[in-house]
Every structure is written in structure tokens, then in C-alpha cells.
Design a protein around this ligand. Structure first.
Ligand SMILES: O=C1O[C@H](COP(=O)(O)O)[C@@H](O)[C@H](O)[C@H]1O
Length: 232
């Protein structure tokens, strides 16, 4: 089907728990080895249960840096904010001790903040775990098909960490990690739920055309190679 490792679970709640256990093991090992760890998460509707499962894990949260692969250009109080999703579901209880790096500023448009937010991420280095979601149009992070920012966002030689995006259809301007920043990770996970997304994943695996379905760029990657977590 693809070069990726496709893991199937019987339900979304089982997936959330199993993925939380796998991510926790990597982060604990990183903290034991290097004294610190880093986790990049995605937003949208998919990861809420995973975030809630993670928040209960025994991690030295004060040694963990967390940020987002992308966010919508709205205040953190907005219901569409990925930042808000992370704050309300992941950074709860002991997990609130994690160092969270937001991608959104008070600038009018993300293009005005690419430089300053890239500086916030300057010390991130190779992250321990990067988790991507995927939209029904095959986008990941905020790298959308039919968008003028897709090509520069996917350019592995751009040298850029972030890109400001005006999605052609989806609401809100975005700040998104670029593909080279996304691929600078020790572990790459893709979190998918539902038959519709599985069908899109399989279509992207067959077509291998990131311009039509951007997730094809992730599927094609051999290093890092993605582990896909899927449940119906
Ligand atoms: O807009 C976004 O969409 C993708 C997928 O979201 P989902 O609602 O289909 O789970 C998400 O991964 C990304 O972080 C988000 O900003």
C-alpha cells in the first residue's frame, strides 16, 4: 500500500491509548538519554482523545517541549485554535509543566510573524516525535493542495522552518511548518481515523502526486519513515 508502517486499531479510543503509550515510551527514553525531549503535534478534530490520554502519562513534563505543526491565525481563545485544543486537552494537570511554544502572535497576518516565530523554534533541533494529521483533501499541517504555498512548503531545500498560508478553501490564514522542518524528527507518526481518510491515504499511495494530495510527500519519505495509526 505504501512505504509506511500502517497500524490498524479496533477503535479510536484504543488507538489513542496505544499511540499515547508509544509516544510516552519514546519521550521517556529521550529524557533518560538526553535530559530533555520534544513533541510536535497537530490540531483539528482528530487528536483530542490522544491528547487526553497523553496528559495522564508519567512523564517528567518539565523536561518536555511541545509545539504545533500548524495553527490557524486566530487568538488562542478562538474555538478553531489548535493552541486552545492543546491547552485544554493536553497541557492539563502535571502536563501543564511542559514548555509549550505557540505559533500564533498578535500580528495581523502570519506572513508578518514568520521570522519571529521561526526564532522561537530555533532551538528545537531534531524533534523526538512529530505527529501529523491529514485533512479530507490530503493536506497535512497547513500544506494544502491548489495553494500557491504548497510548492515552497514542500521544498526540502528551502531552508525555511515555517510558511504563512492562505488556504484556498479552509477557513483562516495559517502558520505551518514546512516539510524540511517536519522531516527533522526521529519519529514521524500520522494519525488517521475513518474509512474516508484511509481511502485518501490509499489514493495518495497509489498516485504519488503531492500536488494533488500533499500527504503523498510523507508517504514517499524513506527517512523519516512514517508510522500510520488508523482506526475506523
Ligand atoms: O486544519 C487542520 O487540518 C488537519 C486535519 O484536521 P482534522 O480535523 O481532519 O483532524 C490537522 O492535522 C491540522 O493540524 C489542522 O490545522
Amino acid at each position: 500500500m505504501s512505504d509506511t508502517h500502517f497500524l490498524e486499531f479496533e477503535s479510536r479510543s484504543v488507538l489513542d491509548e496505544m499511540m499515547a503509550e508509544a509516544v510516552t515510551a519514546v519521550l521517556q527514553q529521550a529524557i533518560a538519554t538526553r535530559g530533555k525531549a520534544s513533541l510536535v503535534v497537530s490540531g483539528g478534530s482528530t487528536p483530542k482523545g490522544f491528547f487526553q490520554a497523553m496528559a495522564h502519562k508519567a512523564i517528567d513534563w518539565s523536561k518536555l517541549t511541545i509545539t504545533l505543526a500548524d495553527d490557524r491565525w486566530v487568538p488562542p481563545s478562538h474555538e478553531d485554535s489548535n493552541d486552545r485544543l492543546v491547552q485544554e486537552n493536553l497541557l492539563q494537570g502535571p502536563a501543564a509543566a511542559a514548555n509549550f511554544i505557540p505559533l500564533v502572535t498578535e500580528d495581523a497576518h502570519p506572513r508578518d510573524a514568520v521570522e519571529s516565530v521561526s526564532e522561537r523554534l530555533a532551538d528545537l533541533g531534531t524533534v523526538d516525535v512529530m505527529i501529523l494529521g491529514m485533512g479530507g483533501d490530503g493536506h497535512f499541517a497547513s500544506l494544502f493542495p491548489d495553494s500557491e504555498t504548497l510548492k515552497p512548503g514542500l521544498d526540502l531545500n528551502s531552508g525555511n522552518t515555517l510558511i504563512a498560508v492562505d488556504p484556498p478553501v479552509a477557513p483562516h490564514a495559517r502558520m505551518s511548518m514546512t516539510l524540511p522542518r517536519i522531516f527533522d524528527t526521529r519519529h514521524l507518526l500520522v494519525h488517521l481515523v475513518g474509512d474516508e481518510k484511509r481511502a485518501i491515504w490509499e489514493k495518495a499511495s497509489a498516485e504519488r502526486d503531492p500536488e494533488r494530495l500533499p500527504i503523498a510527500a510523507v508517504i514517499a519519505s524513506e527517512s523519516p519513515r512514517a508510522d500510520v495509526y488508523w482506526a475506523p
